[in-house]
Design a protein around this ligand. Sequence first.
Ligand code: N01
Length: 520
Amino acid sequence: MLQKDAIIIGAGFAGLYMLHRLRGLGMDVQVFEAGDGVGGTWYWNRYPGARCDVPSLEYSYSFSEDLQREWAWSERYASQPEILRYLDHVADRFDLRRDIAFRTRVTSAAFDDGWTVETSQGERVTARYLIAAVGCLASAPRVPDLPMFHGATHHTGRWPHEGVDLAGKRVAVIGTGSSGIQAIPEIAQVAEHVTVFQRTANFSVPARNGPMDPAYEKWFKDNHGEIRAGMRATHSGLMTTPNPDSALSAGPEARLSAFEERWERGGIAFLGSFSDLLVSEEANTAAADFVRGKIRATVTESRVAEKLTPYDHPIGSKRICVDTGYYATFNRPNVRLADLRTAPLEEFTRYGVRTTAGEHPVDVIVFATGFDALTGPLLNIDIRGKGGLPLRDKWAAGPKTYLGLMSAGFPNLFTITGPGSPSVLSNMIVSIEQHVDWIAGCLAHLDGRTIDADPAAEDAWGAHVAEVAGYTLFPRADSWYMGANVPGKPRVFLPYVGGVGLYRARCEEVAATGYAGFTI
Ligand code: N01
């Protein structure tokens, strides 16, 4: 049986950088990757319009000054193909591919002094340390099986690499989260007809994407060190500075102008218009009303505008969407909104989608129905810790982690951006680099010894994660942050909302005090 110092699961942003760091420690590492290329979420999510909602320069590695200097982003927000090209470049530049086994899914991992993993290729490999760089979403898409349907079906997170020719086709899109909201305007431009099946209306803000401004790019690169240090200390890991004022203390005119200014600027920074949008219901309603007004002003048919307007959750309590022409797409003659609240979905028939209002004949069904977020990518692997305890059993009532980095009883298993860490509430690249650096520092400190989280420290961290979430409006939404999108999944707020700056300080303090809360 092959023996390694460490095994990394996944070759996305997290796995690639982890491999690079562990090589720097002189470790012999094996990476397993299910796809036939690097990229993780950017390898799988190739649907039309797939694009990052964090500005390109901020959504890139900071660990290498040379990499940063030599790579040029073409747009303010990078498209999926460009991000994938970037990750391919990183893999080549740092000669990472030679330690990655592609088309190889880790199916199980069991601890007995070290870890033994089994793969879809029938291999068994052991290593002292196991690092799950499985991402938060992409490896666990929710794909229904529709044997009856005559046409093609595609999940946005499993889009065929050769693309899908939708020209002249009647297309159903199910789901109006970030993926659907990005894909629908693109699909509408080529398809003969698009029916959008909406269960929950969502808030979306315009991206205002455009070509990269060379002067801005130069400024960013010239001041890279200072800018990146600043980003690491913020709440979100983004460069944008939230307005520290309260929406409630601002007068109506100042409030409107702050919302208008951020709306014009574009992107998720809209939620930083004021400091209290995610903690005060009244402040949140002001922001939500502003966006509702924009939807009504954009969509010409008032009945459709009303259906597209969200009322059932605070703005930002579900991941805010960022779009290019989403609401205006509903003014096109070839786009129709099917509201599943008034006419619920009954079944997929041979020729289309049937709701209680009748059958919609279509040629292609696009599922933009999301993912079993945060826990799914880990629990899809049969992971067993001390005494053979399955992680699925330990997490039956919700994930239990210490700092989102380890789970007690699963020694030497690290989770990059795991549940209980800022992960999906932050700029993922900042959080990934922070976790990778912390894990690399920890492994250097361990020098081959075994580490496990203390159950008491884990319980205290879990209580803290829940307590902080309780101060916010996040738990008010039926979101994937809460596990609410997967039937039967425990309702627990999964990421840590305390912010990347405070979280980083906490992790650094733990390391500096001899890994308090861990047993070595
Ligand atoms: O998935 P989602 P996503 N019948 O879970 C609906 C990141 N991301 O792939 O709200 C009918 O958000 C569901 O309806 P409801 C980002 O973090 C980033 O869009 O559950 N409808 C919802 O409308 C994002 O948040 C980027 O009532 C069903 C939709 O499907 C995360 O990935 C781009 C249904 C799912 O929305 C996930 O986004 C894309 C059913 N049975 C994704 N089941 C950017 O960087 C589900 N739905 C821009």
